[in-house]
Design a protein around this ligand. Sequence first.
Ligand SMILES: [Zn+2]
Length: 167
Amino acid sequence: MALRVASAYRTVSTEAALVIAGMIPIDILAEERRELAKAGGAREGNPKVERKKTMRKWQQRWDTADCGEWTRSLIGDIETWTGRKFGGINYFVTQFLSGHGSFGNFLERIKKRDNNKCIYCDEIDSPQHMLRECQRWAEQRRTMEEEIGESVTTENVVKGALQTAKS
Ligand SMILES: [Zn+2]
C-alpha cells in the first residue's frame, strides 16, 4: 500500500516506502491501538503520549534498517518529514527520494538500460549526480542555494525543498 501511496517502484524497500509515504508501520500502529484500548475505561489512554512512543519506535526502526540508505540520507528524521505542511509527494518526488527511478545507475541495475550514463552529460547518473553535479540542473540548484543560503546536500535538500515550497 505504501508503494501505491508513494507511487514508488516495486523495488523500493518497505521501510523506505513507508517513510516516504508517511505511513506508520502497521505492527507499530497496532501496538499503539492496543495500549490505548488497554488504558480505556476509568483511566483513558493519552493518544498524544502513545503517538510519541509510536514515532520513537518507528524512528528507531528506520535508524537501524539495513536498507533505504539513500532515502535515510535525505529523510533522517521521520517526524520532521511527516509533520511537514508543504510539499506533497508524487511519482517524480518519490523517484528522487527512493533513488529508484529514471537514473542511469538504477535503470542499469534493473536491466532496463545497458549503461549507467547520464543522458545530459555522459557522467555516471544517480540521484546524487542529479542533486550535486549535473550541469543540466545547475540553474535549479542555484535557485535552491540562494533560498537556503548554503550548497545543496543530501542532508539539507529535503528541508530546502520544503522551505522553498512554503515561500
Ligand atoms: Zn548529468
